[in-house]
Design a binder for this molecule. Sequence first.
Ligand SMILES: Nc1ncnc2c1ncn2[C@@H]1O[C@H](COP(=O)(O)OP(=O)(O)OP(=O)(O)O)[C@@H](O)[C@H]1O
Length: 299
Amino acid sequence: MHLSESIPAPLQGDLPAVSAYGLQVVRGSHTVLSGVTFVVPRGCIVGLLGPSGCGKTTLLRSVVGVQQATSGHVQVLGHPAGAAQLSTRVGYVTQAPSVYADLTVLENLRYFAAALGMRGWRREDAVVRVVKEVDLTGYADQLVSRLSGGQYSRVSLAVALLNKPDLLVMDEPTVGLDPMVRRELWVVFQRLAEEGTTLLVSSHVMDEADRCDRLLLMRAGRLLASAPRSTVLERTGCTGTEEAFMHLVEAAEAAEARQRQQAAAQALLPDLAGLYGLHEQGGEADAERAAFSTADTRL
Ligand SMILES: Nc1ncnc2c1ncn2[C@@H]1O[C@H](COP(=O)(O)OP(=O)(O)OP(=O)(O)O)[C@@H](O)[C@H]1O
């Protein structure tokens, strides 16, 4: 069972924030993503949820353009993922801390703003704006090493907001934070979405899905669902996202078991055909094999 809405043809001027088609990523000998297809409409919060190791980071890296796809493609705001035109339009908050603990909040922000090419009043305006956006005004002169986990996360978020990105991609931004702090961060995310930013947020905490407009539910490198949260609940007949996820996992496992059984049954046919000397190539042999198979079933 896979819940996926039909992908609408993008209207002129109404391009989705992200559209991925048939994305496959192989790292080493491991197929990390397979057949991943989805659309993220503009201005919504999309939760990418799934267990640890299912491929969330790899998917986000593909959207940001730092992970090369083996096949398929990802378009972001109308451009191929990673295109130069997107460098100021996509913000990425990685899982690993990306700010300097021995600098203050303001020093960090000024440093990253300068690295983005901002100078003078433009840089100061951006720094003041993002400090307000992440509710860190009272902590601007604090060393980052003295901040709490939630405040630390907000500094990383503030860096990603310096360019006023249209799309903000966040990799487990609330991991390791207590429920109260997580709730406060989600207030910031919701405010950003209300102001028009599209948010793609990964998490393995299912209750965070309740705060998202749309869900990408992932398991073992494949999407189980790509739809509005309400549709996921409605189509699975579940009342909560965790229950819906489990329902989809069970349906996927049942489908895989059926496929394995069919494949095992198919694999038997050539052996039986060999046994009866029915290995000739071509339509006649195939027809005979089919007849044999039918006869065998009747027995
Ligand atoms: N460089 C690599 N070479 C081979 N396999 C890799 C590489 N990097 C990651 N993987 C594998 O790809 C799979 C998906 O990793 P990924 O980090 O995308 O998962 P995740 O869902 O983000 O996990 P987590 O929630 O723990 O961060 C994992 O099984 C991981 O071991």
